[in-house]
Design a protein. Structure first.
Length: 732
C-alpha cells in the first residue's frame, strides 16, 4: 500500500522483518458468534521497535511537514526533540495518520528522524492489535518537495530494555520492567552509530486504508509533584490529583541496582501507595540501573496520583528530578470556567471536569486504567460534558464517526466498543447512537455531517427491526447484551433476566431506549426535511399496554412483572412515554429512590427530572451527599469522578471514570438554563431555574460563535452571548 502525500512522493509501509510474510489475523466477529481463537506468537507481543532515518538538508528550511502513522503506536523525535505521538486507535480499513509542522526542529546539514514504534499484540479495548499488522509509514516534505519517506533504507532495531513482564487490566497493557543496561542511549540524536541496525522490510501488499486523523494529537507536558515525603527506603510522591501519563525520574547507582516504582490512585490506611489497585491493575515495576546517570522513560500510560520509589541504596535516587509526563486530549483551561457560592458544587464540578480531561485521550475512554476503551453508551454522558468543558466538538464528531465507520462493518447494529479489537455488543448503547448524533448536530450545526451519518442511523434501526413483534415492541434482543445499568447491584432489583445471549421476553428499558432512538430519528428526518414517520404513537400505546400499571401510575420492568424499578420509570418519563397522570407518581418514586442506580443511569434520572420540570429535585440530587452521590465521592477524597458512587460499591472500581460527569451539562442546561435554541447555538434559549440557596455563580463556556458568559450576584443575573447570537427565551 502506498500513501501519496501532496502528489509529491510515496511512502512504503516498513516493518520489523519478524512480521514479514505473516498473514493478518481476522479479529472481527459478532460477540456471541462461535469463533475459534487465533493463535498469536507470544514472541511478537509487547514489541518495542526503534526506527531511524538520517538525511542531509542543503537548503534553509522555511516549511517542513512530517506525515506519519504506525501500527499500533508511535512516538516521533526529530533531531532528538519530541514532536508527538499517535495515531488515534483505529481499524486497518479506516486507519488514522497525523501531520506535524517540524520546521522548527530541522536544520541545514545532518538531520535525524527517530521513531519508537510499539506493537501490543493482545486483543483488548486499548489497542487495535493482535492481528500481526505492525510497522511505520512516514513522509517528510521540506519547502514543498519530498525529502525522505519510509522505505528499505530506514534502519531499525528492537528496544531490548523492556524485560520480563506481566499483563494488567483486561489485557490492557504490559508492565514495563526497564533494564537501563540494555538501553540504547542517544539513539534519537544525530551522530548515533546505527551501523549494526537492520534495514527495514517493505510491505508492498499492506491493506491499511489511511485517513487523516480529524482531531489534534495529544497534549503532552511535564508536571512536578505537589509533595515529596521520605519513607522507609525511599520516597512517597503526591501529584495532588489523579493524572494520566508516566512517572519519570533520574538516578545514578551501581550497575544492576534496582529501584521499585509503585503507582496508585489512593493511599492505604498506613499512608503507603495502594499499587494493587481496586480497578484490577497492579502498578508495580522494577527499574534496573546501568551504572551511569539513567533516566526512567515509561512508554505506555497509567492513571495515578501517588508514586512510591523504593531503593536499597537511596543515594542513587535524585528526588529533585521526580516528575510526571501528563497526556490527554488538548484542552484550553479557559474554555469553561465555573465558580459558585456552594463549595460542594464547586468540588463536584471539579472532579467531573477532571474526569473529562484525563478520560479523553486519542478517544474517549471508559477509564484510563483497567480498559482504556471507548464505549458507546458512556459517550452519551461524556460527549455532552466534554462539549462544555472543552468547547471543542471535533472529538465528539470523531467518536460518532468511529462507531459509524469502524463498528458498523462488524455489525450494522453497532458494537459497544470502537475503536478496539475487543468484540463486545450492548443493545442499550447502540440505540443511543442516534441520540448522540442529534445532540452533536444541535451543538455544532454541522448539517453536512448529519446527512452523511443518517444512512448509518437508518441501517442501525433496521437491524433492530428484526426483533419487533406485531405490536412494535422489541422482544428477545438476545444477540447483544441488554445492560440496563452497571454494575449489576445498581439495577434497583430490575425484574428481568439479563444473562448475555439468553434474553427471552419483552422488557422495559430496551424498549424505552428504542423509543428514544425512534424520537431522535424523527427529529433528524425533520431537520433534513425528510418525511416523518407515524410509528411513534403506535409504539407509545404498545409500550403503555405492556408495562404501565394504571393502579400504581408506574411502569413495571417487564411483561409479567409487577416490580417498578427506578430504571423502568425514569426512561419513560424522559422520552414522553409516561401519561400525564403518571408524572407525579414517577417523580415521587425518584424522590424516594433517589439514585438507586449507577452513575451512568444518573444522567438519565437528571434528564427525566428536567423533562418533568422538577428542577428543585434535580439540583438537590446533584449536590446531595447521600451514599449514592457525587458529594460522597468528594467526601472520599475524589479528584476525578468515580466509576461508582463509592470506592466500596463496585468490586473493581476505577477512580477516574468520565461517564460520571452528568452534573456539568445538566447544571448548565437545566439549572442555569442555557441551551442551543437552533443548531450551532445561532440562537440561545435561556430559562434559568436557580435555587434560592445559590447566591453567586460565574460561568463561561465556548460555543461555535464565541463565548457565553453568565453571572449571578446579589440576586442579579447577567448574560453575555457572542455578537449576532439572539437570546430567544428568557425568564428572570
Amino acid at each position: 500500500m502506498v500513501l501519496r502525500l501532496n502528489n509529491l512522493g510515496s511512502a512504503k509501509w516498513i516493518m520489523d522483518q519478524r512480521f514479514n510474510g505473516l498473514q493478518p489475523i481476522d479479529v472481527y466477529h459478532k460477540e456471541l458468534a462461535h469463533v475459534e481463537p487465533s493463535e498469536h506468537s507470544e514472541a511478537l507481543q509487547n514489541v518495542h521497535t526503534l526506527v531511524r532515518k538520517t538525511f542531509v538538508l542543503e537548503e534553509h528550511v522555511s516549511e517542513a511537514l512530517l506525515q506519519l502513522t504506525a501500527d499500533d503506536y508511535y512516538k516521533v523525535y526529530v533531531n532528538g526533540q519530541f514532536v508527538g505521538q499517535g495515531p488515534a486507535q483505529s481499524n486497518y480499513y479506516h486507519y488514522y495518520y497525523n501531520k506535524y509542522d517540524v520546521s522548527e526542529y530541522l536544520q541545514q546539514g545532518d538531520n535525524i528522524i527517530a521513531v519508537h514504534v510499539y506493537y501490543h499484540g493482545l486483543i483488548s479495548r486499548s489497542y487495535n492489535s493482535g492481528d500481526y499488522r505492525q510497522g511505520l509509514l512516514a513522509e517528510l516534505s521540506v519547502n514543498g518537495s519530498t525529502q525522505v519517506h519510509t522505505d528499505k533504507t530506514w534502519k531499525y532495531t528492537t528496544a531490548e530494555e523492556y524485560g520480563p513482564t506481566s499483563v494488567i487490566g483486561y489485557n490492557t497493557q504490559f508492565l514495563e520492567n526497564i533494564d537501563s543496561r540494555l538501553q540504547l542511549n542517544g539513539w534519537r540524536e544525530r551522530g548515533f552509530d546505527d551501523s549494526g541496525w537492520l534495514f527495514a522490510w517493505e510491505h508492498l501488499e499492506d491493506d491499511h486504508l489511511l485517513v487523516l486523523q480529524p482531531t489534534p494529537t495529544l497534549s503532552v507536558y511535564e508536571i512536578k509533584p505537589q509533595q515529596v515525603k521520605r519513607i522507609d527506603e525511599g520516597y512517597l510522591i503526591d501529584f495532588g490529583h489523579e493524572i494520566t501519563g508516566q512517572f519519570t525520574m533520574k538516578a545514578h547507582g551501581q550497575s544492576g541496582q534496582t529501584i521499585e516504582v509503585r503507582c496508585g490512585e489512593e493511599l492505604l490506611p498506613d499512608q503507603r501507595v495502594r499499587y494493587q489497585m481496586r480497578c484490577n491493575c497492579t502498578y508495580q515495576e522494577i527499574w534496573t540501573l546501568s551504572g551511569e546517570r539513567d533516566e526512567l522513560e515509561f512508554y505506555d500510560y497509567k492513571a495515578f496520583r501517588y508514586v512510591e520509589v523504593i531503593a536499597e541504596d537511596e543515594s542513587a535516587l535524585q528526588p529533585e528530578t521526580f516528575a510526571a509526563i501528563v497526556r490527554h486530549y488538548p484542552l484550553d483551561e479557559k474554555a469553561c470556567q465555573f465558580e459558585s457560592s456552594n463549595p460542594l458544587l464547586n468540588s463536584i464540578w471539579s472532579i467531573c471536569a477532571n474526569g473529562i480531561t484525563y478520560g479523553t485521550q486519542e478517544n474517549y475512554v471508559d477509564c484510563p486504567s483497567r480498559e482504556k476503551g471507548q464505549y458507546l453508551g458512556d459517550n452519551t454522558v461524556i460527549t455532552h460534558a466534554h462539549a462544555y468543558v472543552s468547547g471543542d466538538l471535533r472529538m465528539i464528531r470523531k467518536a460518532i464517526e468511529d462507531f459509524a465507520l469502524l463498528s458498523s462493518r462488524v455489525c450494522p447494529g453497532l458494537m459497544a466498543v470502537a475503536p478496539g479489537h475487543f468484540m463486545q455488543e450492548i443493545a442499550d448503547f447502540s440505540l443511543q447512537w442516534p441520540m448522540q448524533l442529534l445532540q452533536y448536530y444541535k451543538l455544532s450545526g454541522d448539517r453536512e455531517f448529519l446527512e452523511s451519518m443518517y444512512p448509518v442511523a437508518e441501517q442501525m434501526m433496521d437491524y433492530f427491526d428484526r426483533y419487533k413483534r406485531q405490536d412494535g415492541l422489541l422482544d428477545s434482543v438476545n444477540d447483544k447484551w441488554n445492560l440496563v445499568d452497571w454494575p449489576e447491584n445498581a439495577r434497583d432489583g430490575y425484574d428481568f433476566s439479563l444473562k448475555k445471549g439468553h434474553i427471552e421476553g419483552c422488557h422495559n428499558v430496551i424498549n424505552a431506549f428504542y423509543y428514544g432512538a425512534l424520537q431522535s430519528m424523527s427529529d433528524i428526518r425533520e431537520e433534513l426535511q425528510m418525511p416523518r414517520r407515524d410509528d411513534l404513537e403506535v409504539f407509545c400505546a404498545s409500550f403503555r399496554h405492556a408495562f404501565y400499571r394504571p393502579d400504581q401510575k408506574l411502569f413495571v420492568d417487564a411483561e409479567g412483572s409487577e416490580h417498578a424499578s427506578l430504571h423502568a420509570n425514569v426512561l419513560p418519563l424522559l422520552f414522553g412515554l409516561a401519561p400525564e397522570e403518571a408524572v407525579t407518581s414517577i417523580v415521587g418514586l425518584i424522590r424516594t429512590k433517589r439514585f438507586s442506580c449507577g452513575v451512568y443511569m444518573a444522567y438519565f434520572v437528571l434528564k427525566a427530572l428536567a423533562a418533568a420540570k422538577e428542577y428543585e429535585l434535580l439540583y438537590d440530587l446533584i449536590v446531595s451527599d447521600d451514599l449514592h452521590s457525587w458529594g460522597n465521592m468528594v467526601k472520599e477524597g475524589a479528584t476525578t469522578c468515580y466509576e461508582a458512587w463509592s470506592k466500596e460499591l463496585k468490586w473493581n472500581t476505577s477512580l477516574c471514570h468520565p461517564w460520571a460527569s452528568a452534573p456539568i451539562p445538566l447544571f448548565i442546561e437545566e439549572i442555569v438554563g442555557l441551551k442551543p435554541a437552533s443548531p450551532g447555538w445561532e440562537k440561545v434559549s435561556f430559562e434559568p431555574h436557580l435555587p434560592d440557596s445559590l447566591r453567586e455563580i460565574r460561568l463561561s463556556f465556548r460555543v461555535p460563535a464565541g463565548e457565553v458568559q453568565f453571572e449571578l450576584k446579589d440576586g442579579l443575573i447577567s448574560l453575555n452571548v457572542p455578537e449576532g447570537v439572539a437570546v430567544v427565551k428568557q425568564v428572570g
